[in-house]
Design a protein. Structure first.
Length: 148
């Protein structure tokens, strides 16, 4: 009898099916298992608001316990700093060459910062119905504009 095989969804190679795994779609290679877990987590974050909230709270607690983690990491990993500088130099070069528009590829670029002051108000828009898939609140900033 010929062994039953399947095509791995990650590496696309034909593999023998594990009889203990019903509807097997990924082989046992480390890279393929990581892809399976990543896909599962992405779907879970999108579908389960409690999981999303719990994950965010855990990350916030970790950040509070380790406020200077990234600073220490950069200090103890000079190769990381060198690679980051090199990559930023390449991004800046592409911008200068006209391959990318302005500074929209940079992190935390907020054009409204120059307009925000003490008169600016923030409001959160939330869905009125609780049976919607997306329950995230949308933050809206109201900026008063003086006439004339």
């Amino acid at each position: 009898m010929q062994p039953v095989t399947f095509r791995c969804a990650c590496c696309r190679r034909m593999r023998p099916r594990n009889p203990r795994v019903k509807n097997q779609r990924y082989c046992g290679d480390k890279r393929c298992q990581q892809a399976r877990k990543t896909k599962w987590e992405r779907e879970k974050l999108q579908a389960d608001p409690y999981y999303r909230i719990n994950k965010k709270e855990c990350q916030e607690r970790w950040k509070q316990k380790n406020p200077d983690y990234w600073q220490q990491y950069r200090q103890s990993h000079p190769e990381y700093r060198k690679r980051n500088r090199r990559m930023q130099h390449q991004r800046d070069q592409r911008t200068r060459d006209g391959n990318e528009s302005g500074t929209d590829h940079l992190v935390k670029m907020d054009a409204l910062d120059s307009f925000l002051d003490d008169t600016t108000e923030s409001y959160f828009i939330c869905p009125a119905r609780m049976d919607l898939a997306k329950m995230d609140a949308l933050e809206v900033k109201i900026i008063p504009i003086s006439p004339g």
